[in-house]
Write a protein that binds this ligand. Sequence first.
Ligand SMILES: Cc1ncc(COP(=O)(O)O)c(C=O)c1O
Length: 453
Amino acid sequence: MTDTAALKRDNAQFLWHPMAHPKAMKQSKPDIIARGEGCWVWDVDGHKLLDGVAGLWSSNLGHSCREVRDAIVAQLDELPFFNTFRGTTHPRAIELSRALVELMQPDGVAAVMFSNGGSDAVEGALKLARQYHKLRGDKDRVKFIAMRQGYHGVHFGGMSVNGNSNFRRPYEPLLPGVFHIDSPWLYRNAYTADEAELGRIVAGQLEREIAFQGADTVAAFIAEPIQGAGGVIVPPANFWPLVREICDKHGVLLIADEVVTGFGRGGAMFGTRLWNVKADLWCLAKGISSGYIPLGATAVSQKVADVFDADSSGAGAITHGYTYSAHPVAAAAAIATIKLLVERDIPGHVARVAPAFQQRLRGLVKRHAFVGDVRGRGLMLGIEMVADQATRSTLPKSSDIPARLAKAAYRRGLMVRVSGANLILSPPLVISESELDFLCGTLEAAFDEVAAS
Ligand SMILES: Cc1ncc(COP(=O)(O)O)c(C=O)c1O
């Protein structure tokens, strides 16, 4: 048996994949990605692919960033691990916290709390929100409001605020006291085709839900600045400013889940900056270390930090955290990543190259009747397939069109991601214009191929 065949056999036998039925992974074998360089990866059979998904919204600096690699190696030589519980810390944790607070100074961030990934960052934010209110004497403020189509990871807190029942049903019952409003989704909503009106309507839902629950029982509203896994749903421009106003009016904290949008993906360093809004807590992961090593962080605004700082009862102790919070090797990778993001103005690069990319792929709607909507911002883009373009009727779950498109793209040298009826693209942020041209051309050819068959 060849090495490749043995790897495929062992994968099917021994590995349970996230978000997949173990049986399905035996029948339809996953692609085995063995090597990466720049924006490209090679599978175990030597097939070269443009990485249209940046690992998983993560490898923002590409797969062979020397500076991040060197920082990791140097850290392994210096101190591979130490913890940051209570009485100890280490230089990389301190340097990274300072770098992040400086980076997020325009957003009003005062401090950061580290973890191992996005789900952790969400868990930390939800817990800090409740603790903040308890410290202020608002002991009943324990509920959370979130949006349908939202994705906030897989821990019990994050899963409970998730807005997609696929992730919820197998593990119910979830956290009590969590309520959902609609997503401000222009392509699919029951209200209006007018963006500004939609922003007002959905923000109005938030305010009504707060009133219905009783403002004095609501701890926080959590949302992604652009919904990613839910299908790349970009909210109307007025939505986040209205949400900020409503949260302020009712004493509700605003948690921005920036796990995908943080560190440049939308064309601004943080997604909230796209909407000129400052959150109270931010969830960070993925691009924070450009995917080189797992790391998550919950960033804390001055407003929240002040309440913890003012506490002298002891109730403000953070009885939360992980063995690997601020792991030195991950922290070293993140310090190097942030330095490069700033020095090379990666968000500026995204803002420059993304409009042509977005515009070109929007052309797929005109070319193919099975494409309903192409939407996105910066280097995140979703292509939604439909059964009927005129009525926008959804693609039947049994349809193999998205999978066939992904396979056709793969054969031609492009990795894309299938999520329900959507293809999702999120290439590394360092992608060049000629690589984006290759991405678009390859995808167009894959669509033509599937349309012809
Ligand atoms: C917005 C958002 N929040 C949280 C998460 C969870 O992150 P992780 O998979 O690192 O736990 C994700 C993952 O894709 C995400 O997109």
